[in-house]
Ligand binder design. Sequence first.
Ligand code: FAD
Length: 507
Amino acid sequence: MTTQQAAAPLSSIVIVGGGTAGWMTAAAISRMVAAGISVQLIESDQIGTVGVGEATIPSLRDFNLALGINENEFLRAVQGTFKLGIEFSNWGNVGERYIHPFGKYGRKTHGIDFHQIWLKQKHRGGQADPGPIDDYSISIAAARNGRFSRPVANPDAILSALNYAYHIDAGRYAQYLRDYAEDRGVKRIEGKIISVEQAPDSGNITAVKLEDGSLVDGDFFVDCSGFRSLLLGETLGVPYISWQHWLPCDRAFAVPSAPSGRPRPYTRAMAEDSGWRWNIPLQHRTGNGHVFSSAHGDEDTALRKLADGMEGQAIGEPRLLRFVAGRREKLWEKNCLAIGLSGGFIEPLESTSIHLIQSGIFRLMALFPDAGFDPVEIREYNRWLIEEYEHIRDFIILHYRATERSNTDFWKYCQTMEIPDSLAAKIELWRGKGRIFPAGNSLFTEESWIAVLLGQNIIPHSVDPVTAMLPPEATDRFMQQLQTIIDQAAQSLPSHADYILANCQAE
Ligand code: FAD
């Protein structure tokens, strides 16, 4: 273990980078860490931020809650809309679509998980065939009808099964958090870092030098410098582990467009010949992008597909972003912790990057090095975050591997590529009797796995034997009633656009 025990309690933190990662970290530290520790954040207008990252998952609500942020005020500030899930089209086969909802499917009966009841009916077939599992989700029914409401508290009501995240303007979110953090004492420094100083004995980072010659020193450095990974990667030399063989997409064109029509309460991810396109509706614009594999498709084609698929008028020119899926071997090394793109990147198919930022921050709070750096705590931090990265990685790979498409070289590659053993084992277990057991620190629940597995036509060969206790006729009735309750409940909700207008419309 190379980490040295710090000689004195922590007194100063330097955050390098003012993108979403930097300002989320600064805001959280300013709220959750005891007074007495100085926090400085350095960012460079010259370099700028990556400037994308508009779709989120429900966990962002916990982050904002921890900061005491009012949800309606936040949505007004970030021109946000609500997100009930993600619609995947053309992933299993061309012409097919399903929604990965954030809320739950159906409800239990006889203590049996809903997906097992659905599966039982599917295996019975004929009149009992339940149709797509999408038909039993209130979140999906609301999404498809362009409706939205926050969930109700009564656990017996079907509307309690709704769950939601947001579509946000990430630049405005960073600005919002900047105001929040500066109000709580975080000092912002504008300047470009040109070199990094280290202690000769321990190798710990001691200071960063700015272009104007000034030095900013600190005890603890949080690297939020984006893909460049200025401190963890470049300075401390922590290697990058590439997952490109499993996730070959390495480029994206992104461009906003003028809003067209009423904003949908869900993100769209549309599979293309060598990748996929996104569509993310905000109040003031729509985010569009095309993620693709440069080994399987060229930039001109990707640009053309992006333009062809866009609903509103483009605002500005598309920007090209380059990346390699993967993570740093460690996320915390010596007195430096990487949060955000400096630590790793998984393509935005399930909108997980901002979640990984927040997860890194919460884990940092749980293992905060107030009295110095403890190798045991650093090891635990790395273990937790790395596992979380890998669970997410497996879930994203599933979308590609579980395709039945073989119409292009890209999809042929995805359909036949080797996958991590951890994912292969999950799929195999599922194929047997529809069993799925996500790990304790896995972001994605059973419901999420079920959405993608069934959405992409991986139907288990059999069902859990516990379903033998389901009385067939009563189960048929249960399924029909459930569908009716869900349809009626969805129809009773206000339209998503009206809900925004009434609660959180930006001025
Ligand atoms: P950046 O935004 O790159 O910020 C880096 C900061 O470091 C900047 O302030 C920069 O000025 C500063 N900096 C760097 N070098 C120096 C230096 N030498 N001196 C001073 N300052 C320096 N995430 C989601 O959750 N949902 C999405 O829908 C989503 N979509 C994405 C789509 C694409 C194509 C890509 C590439 C990413 C997407 N992400 C998404 C990820 C998301 O954009 C990032 O996780 C998020 O923006 C955080 O970025 P960051 O703060 O780590 O880095």
